[in-house]
Design a protein around this ligand. Structure first.
Ligand code: PRP
Ligand code: MG
Length: 212
């Protein structure tokens, strides 16, 4: 039977829960995350440990057949990629936050402001649909520091527990989207692999049902 190639986040907020759901559906994987690729012992599956932001392109190119990925990453970089299953874990929001001392009442208050983010496409879409012009500063991590160092007036980033906002004296003022981990599929998945995917999905569905 041909193997289904699945991408999983190498490290970061989705990694542990992604490995856990594979374990919960009865798939045992041979190694730790030091290797970039691993095979399942009892299911036709090969696991690729990849960087979050690279996964949409790998799906598009058919390098992997499916992926466990945050919806927010697909909104940013993979609008063309289909979701076949919502997985219910790693829930978060992508939100606008401003310093606690900033007076904020409507989206129009962002007009002409500097916004730091790692999600430029998502932010641009949001600004355009609200007819607001702002200046984006794209940074890859630790976005919440930007207002404190005078680099930006506002940020757009992931909010999960809210602790990073709190620690940096920021308040959430707009929610752009709500996200959770999903199973996403390559547009060029083959017939054979599609059949394996259906087996995997069947198992995932019953595990998710049990978790409710
Ligand atoms: C993520 C995200 C937020 C934070 C949200 O950052 O970018 O900063 O987690 O989580 P919280 O609401 O529970 O605090 P991460 O720690 O992954 O680091 P990075 O931004 O440097 O990538
Ligand atoms: Mg962060």
């Amino acid at each position: 039977m041909s193997k289904l190639k699945i991408a999983v986040q190498k490290s970061g907020r989705l990694h542990d829960d992604s490995m856990k759901i594979l374990k919960d559906v009865g798939i045992s994987i041979d190694n730790g995350k030091d290797q970039l690729k691993a095979s399942a012992r009892n299911f036709p599956l090969e696991v690729f440990y990849l960087r979050n932001g690279d996964i949409p392109q790998y799906l598009r190119d058919g390098v992997v057949d499916v992926a466990i990925i945050g919806e927010n990453v697909l909104v940013e970089k993979g609008k063309d990629i289909s979701i076949v299953e919502k997985l219910g874990f790693s829930t978060c929001k992508v939100s606008v936050a401003v310093p606690k001392s900033t007076k904020y009442s409507t989206i129009q208050d962002l007009e002409g402001k500097r916004i730091a983010t790692s999600y430029p496409n998502t932010v641009n879409g949001f600004l355009q649909s609200n007819n607001v012009n702002a200046e984006l500063h794209i940074i890859n991590g630790s976005v919440e520091i930007a207002p404190n160092i005078g680099l930006a007036d506002a940020i757009v980033d992931i909010v999960s527990s809210g602790s990073t906002l709190f620690k940096n004296n920021l308040k959430e003022v707009e929610v752009l989207l709500k996200s959770e981990a999903v199973l996403a599929v390559s547009p060029s998945i083959s017939e054979d692999e599609q059949q394996v995917l259906e087996k995997l999905q069947f198992r995932i569905k019953s595990v998710l049902k049990g978790r409710q």
